[in-house]
Design a protein around this ligand. Structure first.
Ligand SMILES: C[S@@+](CC[C@H](N)C(=O)[O-])C[C@H]1O[C@@H](n2cnc3c(N)ncnc32)[C@H](O)[C@@H]1O
Length: 354
């Protein structure tokens, strides 16, 4: 999600009406904040988390918001009777100075699979600058999970290409698969084709801010849990707030505004119980609030296929109908003097080169 999106009132409306998200944050703040605490809300938006913090007994809340939503948050803090305890700071958290350390740092920084919103580094830098030693992070920990899936949306798209008024366009299936598919409720436990695995386990108290600026990369090998089709990968997150409070977007959990991504594969791959499915996911921080995504997969003894959201959307990229791993911008350093651009990109991403 791009930060500019947060100028839109609809974005805030969507978050404000996510009762599961709101309830867990509210309960966590009430369980964490002691009367008189000083709280920092990083990326305050409408100010809802700051209001919860004030209700929970905070003596002072610094609510930092970069977009013009800060003006709305100021009005809402006053209208709800907390204008004296919540100080809205309209600015970028990286430029802000605070007059005192804080006891609690709260932020809703998670993207659809947590790290993809590229806000984590900002939160950790704010932690290093403002949180007193022993202060509390809300949430405390976040795990990112991945599972191979069969997605109906992807299946429909592949089927449509196979039969366009009786003509087959299947050979261009690899071409459009470099776009993520967002699905509100399309992935349920029945769509998982193997037991999920953790890609990243982030402890907000100790994770280095500098590391959060680097690409998040992981490779995992799954075993199909039964016979079926695999046409995508789905990541999600669990955020642990302590006190037994976990906000989970795992398929099958109550629906939240995050929904799920399907990272599409080029075809419906048939698997049987035990078929090995290898998958790699790289989340590359880009502009503030935005990341690029690269993913690869190999199903059974098939060959690896590679996808990258930076791939140019031109027909020249699928001239032979094969999946490609050429990124849109050649920002990866060469790792082989004679390697082709495509090979360099694969190596830089840690992907197998064909
Ligand atoms: C996911 S929204 C959460 C909003 C609000 N805390 C809530 O829970 O409804 C993230 C917010 O962080 C803000 N943000 C992003 N980058 C920021 C930055 N560098 N400094 C301050 N705010 C930022 C965005 O504008 C957005 O309002």
């Amino acid at each position: 999600m791009q930060t500019e999106l947060y100028e839109s009132i609809d974005m805030h409306r969507m978050m404000l009406t996510d009762r599961i998200r709101n309830q867990i944050y509210r309960s966590a703040l009430f369980a964490t904040i002691r009367k008189g605490d000083v709280v920092l809300d990083v990326g305050a938006g409408s100010g809802i988390l700051s209001l919860f913090a004030a209700q929970a007994g905070a003596a002072k809340v610094y609510a930092v918001e970069r977009t013009s939503t800060a003006g709305l948050a100021r009005q809402l803090a006053a209208r709800n009777g907390f204008g004296d305890r919540i100080e809205i700071i309209h600015g970028d958290i990286r430029d802000v100075e605070l007059p005192q350390p804080v006891d609690v740092l709260v932020s809703e920084w998670m993207g659809i699979y947590a790290v993809d919103e590229n806000l984590l580094a900002l939160v950790l830098e704010a932690r290093d600058r403002f949180l007193r030693p022993g202060g509390a992070m809300v949430p405390r920990r976040s795990k990112v999970w991945l599972a191979p899936v069969w997605s109906e949306e992807r299946d429909v798209a592949l089927g449509l290409l196979d039969d366009v008024h009786g003509l087959s366009f299947q050979s261009i299936a690899a071409y459009p698969t470099d776009d993520l598919i967002w699905t509100g409720s399309g992935i349920t436990p029945e769509h998982l084709r193997a037991a999920p695995q953790v890609l990243w386990d982030i402890d907000l108290a100790s994770h280095a801010a500098a590391d959060a600026r680097l690409p998040f990369r992981a490779q995992r090998t799954f075993r199909a849990s039964g016979a079926g089709l695999v046409n995508g990968l789905t990541p999600w997150f669990d955020a642990d707030f302590g006190h037994g409070l976990v906000l989970s977007t795992r398929p099958g959990q109550p629906r939240t505004h995050w929904g799920h991504y399907v990272l599409p594969l080029s075809r419906n791959n048939a698997v049987v119980e035990g078929t090995e499915i290898s998958a790699q996911l790289t989340c590359l921080p880009a502009t503030p609030g935005h990341s690029h995504h690269a993913w690869s997969a190999r199903v059974g003894t098939g060959s690896w296929e590679h996808h990258d959201t930076r791939t140019p959307r031109t027909t020249s990229q699928c001239c032979d109908g094969q999946p490609t791993c050429v990124p849109a911008t050649p920002q990866w350093e060469s790792t082989g003097r004679n390697a082709t651009h495509s090979e360099q990109a694969c190596r830089a991403l840690g992907l197998p080169v064909h």
